[in-house]
Design a protein. Structure first.
Length: 210
């Protein structure tokens, strides 16, 4: 077992964890626990997010909600729901995930099973410190088509293309938005009040779509 700690995240890494043990831990700890799991072929990382991690997560969630509202797009938020596929021996709990292109397919669903249901269209991943598992491989195995990744300083957009994540300038789900646009508002969130920030972002979206 390896344990690391920063002001943003606390991580514990367990090795040689079977899929059955991973599923048992998910069941025993329940959905209300404060930590998040990432599992990659026998390696289990348990991450407890702290303030520096959670605040940008909330800003991303709000930005996506405003984008969907102003563009007239329906979305279904999956939060940090457990995304897993036994055959791939991969599982993860994102900071948030959204059904956008496939929203209608899962509308009204109370549970999601990636063995039969489509994966979320967009996942948000915040890693202030380096993860001990390869999250790109996990999300790729789960088939998540778009990933936004933020390390506290740099934001990047990725699109899944033939099993590999390719960096993109513009979002797939929200083509009017570039990575520099969102990064600018995330940076402003560090010095600006949250209500003023949200109003400013909404104004920018409306001006952008004309």
């Amino acid at each position: 077992m390896v344990a690391t700690s920063t002001p943003a995240e606390q991580r514990t890494v367990l090795h040689n964890v079977s899929w059955e043990t991973f599923e048992a831990l998910l069941k025993d700890t329940g959905e209300e626990r404060g930590s998040r799991f990432a599992y990659e072929d026998g390696t289990l990382e348990i991450m407890t997010p702290l303030f520096e991690h959670e605040n940008p997560k909330i800003q991303f969630d709000r930005f996506i909600l405003v984008l969907a509202e102003e563009l007239g797009i329906e979305i279904k938020s999956g939060g940090s729901t457990t995304l897993k596929r036994r055959i791939a021996k991969r599982g993860i709990e994102p900071d948030n995930c959204f059904y956008i292109q496939n929203e209608l397919t899962v509308r009204g669903r109370e549970t999601i099973n990636l063995e039969t249901d489509p994966p979320p269209d967009l996942a948000i991943e915040i890693d202030i410190t380096n993860s001990s598992v390869n999250k790109f491989r996990i999300y790729s195995a789960l088939g998540v088509s778009e990933l936004w990744r933020y390390d506290g300083e740099v934001l990047k957009f990725y699109q899944l293309v033939e099993g590999q994540y390719i960096e993109r300038e513009f979002s797939v789900a929200f083509p009017i938005v570039s990575v520099s646009d969102i990064h600018r508002f995330i940076e402003q969130s560090k010095t600006m009040g949250e209500i003023a920030l949200l109003k400013s972002f909404r104004t920018w979206v409306r001006e952008t779509i004309g």
